[in-house]
Design a protein around this ligand. Sequence first.
Ligand code: S3P
Length: 176
Amino acid sequence: MTIKPKVVLTGFMASGKSAVGRALAVRLGRRFIDSDHEIAARAGKPIAQIFAEDGEAAFRRLEREVIAALAAAPEPAVIATGGGALVDDANYAALARVGIVVCLTARPEVIARRVSASNVVRPKLAEGNLPLEQRIVQLMEQRKTAYARAAIVVDTSDLTINAAAERVLRALEGRE
Ligand code: S3P
């Protein structure tokens, strides 16, 4: 199998990037890297705390540094990125050069259900004080052109983590 060295997962919050990425990494025998995890490690605090104490601009600066470092690292990997990371053109270009970009999607009501069931704090969804699903629809609309650049798109709304990983794997193999 000659899949490009990096498989990069993008897509809206709670679309399944980390869980599916981990399952995909096992199947491909590659290392799994979560860019948000790297950012939190660099900052020495969780993402929500970076947003609260230093602001979104500081978070995005760290995010750009982490993405550039991941793009420069030679080893094959499956990389899950934060939902806003590849909305940035420079981040997108850096990772698309070394890898294949896969976008995971899910219907707004499914995203809302997953977000509500999760204990991850997502500051971008609290902006504007809108009802959760309305805010999800709004932000998805703003980002849809950025996400549409991905080479592969998989809707995870009705799939288990393993089924979604299999779907991505088949799509990757189909592109050889
Ligand atoms: C963000 C998504 C989050 C995290 C940060 C900002 C976004 O990651 O990077 O809260 O702007 O969409 P997940 O997509 O893993 O929730």
